[in-house]
Design a protein around this ligand. Structure first.
Ligand code: SF4
Length: 489
């Protein structure tokens, strides 16, 4: 999971890129970067949070009315500054690109680029694969001036060759801005306009919130398999290049996206309230004796309030989060995750002592965080601790850009609810059903008929996830984790 933003504006765009990146900081806290263009490219990349990477000096130096920004969560590859996006190729024209997603056939395409096109990558970041295939296709067209058809043909080539999920924004020097979403539209991508000059400004971003806060309106989705191209005269050209079933990532609504964002026209907050409503129906059937509903902050709050409302129960924020600590789920190693839980959450014992507590969280991945929270609540004197997850059991690795660890580490992998309950030390564990999760999204947009829910049911929408692909991705993740632990020790 990463966040991307691209702006083609009338004035210097760095300020808006910076604000836009801050608004999608939750999508990745590992590294960030910006490249702007004013006839020359100006670059700043670094490891860490957006606010720490960019200084006052960058506001002066990153000149230009065009730019692309990226905030990165590592998928495959290391965590050095060399893999921070956006990336750049000099030829043809000079192209910058950033993406959100994961290229499944990275190794095969890397070999192809080297052996057939003599193109060598500068890092192991998979956006370089997309960038070089796109650039290579434009290059063989041998053109002096970019026309929409040149772009559409180059993106068609990317769609033909690159397997996996990718939402992409790119800028071609003197040509225009390009954005596209993979044929299944797994990762979100929106664009909008602003009338702040004779020509309209355009912005493209992972989440609508980035466009809201930078005053872009008329927000639309880039569709699955669709490409948009905004030329130098600010004319918008679009083309629908493929017709695969649009299958957006269900986890965007569960956890990744901000509640004030709209993903494929479904408001994330509304969806989480619906998830609370549907889960409350399941909890009601169990006839549990519950005194208080407590969310695991922050993402579970919206669903937990709705559960309490539906069940007519007391709602208490009895776990207080230190908001200056990053999201544990997206911390790259288990070592970092485990040590941060105790620092991140502190209970209010008076709200828990002697009570039957229903804890609500967005998901249970490995179970380490949930187990630590349940233990903490018991130590405060809770009589019973029930644990409700408003997403279904996670059982399969994500190959589309979310580091959910290896399948052996999922607590729900080959485990019954009773076994999970025992492992977590809870009195009862309740999960949302996959059908209810889909229903919660479809309540906001009935036109979405397909989803990626592969981490729940193992059905990978791109259909090319072989046992070999899974093995390679798991091996890469294990190596990354091992390297990271060695660095920490
Ligand atoms: S496997 Fe899960 S996290 Fe990955 S894209 Fe699909 S729904 Fe999203």
């Amino acid at each position: 999971m990463c966040g991307i933003i691209g702006i083609l504006g009338n004035d210097d765009v760095f300020k808006d890129l910076y604000q836009g990146l801050l608004s999608i900081q939750h999508r990745g806290q590992d590294s960030a970067g910006v490249i702007t263009y004013d006839g020359h490219f100006h670059t700043k990349k670094g490891n860490g949070l957006v606010r720490d990477i960019f200084t006052a000096d960058n506001f002066k130096r990153l000149k230009g009315n065009i730019g692309i920004g990226h905030t990165r969560y590592p998928t495959i590859g290391g965590r050095s500054g060399s893999v921070a996006q956006p990336f750049f190729v000099n030829s043809p024209f000079g192209i910058i690109m950033a993406h959100n997603g994961n290229v499944i056939n990275y190794t095969e395409l890397n070999k192809l680029l080297i052996n057939q096109h003599h193109r060598h990558l500068t890092s192991d970041n998979d956006v370089e694969i997309i960038l070089n295939i796109f650039a290579q296709e434009l290059s063989i067209q041998n053109i002096d001036k970019i026309e929409p058809d040149n772009i559409f043909r180059a993106v068609e080539k990317v769609f033909e060759q690159v397997k996996g999920s990718y939402s992409v924004v790119a800028y071609i020097a003197g040509g225009g801005m390009v954005a596209f979403r993979d044929p299944y539209g797994i990762k979100p991508l929106v664009y909008g306009t602003k009338k702040d000059g004779i020509l309209p400004s355009y912005a493209i971003a992972s989440e609508s919130v980035s466009l809201n806060i930078t005053n872009f309106s008329n927000i639309k989705n880039v569709g699955a398999g669709q490409v948009i191209f905004i030329d130098e005269k600010r004319q918008l050209h679009t083309s629908q290049l493929t017709h695969c079933p649009h299958s957006p990532c269900l986890f965007e609504w569960v956890y990744f996206a901000r509640p004030d964002s709209y993903i494929d026209n479904v408001n994330v907050y509304d969806c989480r309230v619906n998830l609370g409503r549907f889960l409350a129906e399941e909890i009601k059937k169990l006839n549990l004796d519950i005194d208080v509903v407590v969310p695991v902050p922050d993402s579970a709050r919206d669903a937990a309030i709705e559960i309490a409302r539906q069940l007519n129960l007391k709602y208490r924020e009895a776990l207080v989060k230190n908001r200056y600590i990053g999201r544990t789920f997206i911390m790259p190693t288990d070592h970092e995750r485990k040590s941060s839980v105790r620092h991140k959450l502190n209970p209010i014992p008076s709200e828990l002592k002697g009570k039957n507590v229903l804890l609500v969280d967005d998901s249970i991945v490995r179970g380490n965080t949930s187990r630590a929270i349940i233990k903490m609540v018991r130590e405060c004197g809770a009589k019973k601790v029930y644990f409700a997850s408003y997403s279904p059991p996670l059982r399969y690795p994500c190959v589309y850009g979310i580091d959910m660890q290896t399948k052996a580490e999922f607590i729900a992998r080959n485990a019954t609810i009773d076994k999970i309950t025992k492992k977590l030390g809870a009195d009862k564990v309740i999960y949302q059903s996959l059908e209810s999760l889909k229903k919660a999204v479809q309540t906001g947009n009935k036109e979405i008929t397909h989803f990626c829910g592969a981490c729940f049911d193992g059905q990978y929408p791109t259909g090319d996830v072989t046992a070999e692909v899974l093995k390679t991705i798991e091996r890469d993740r294990e190596t990354d984790q091992k390297n990271q632990l060695e660095l920490e020790i």
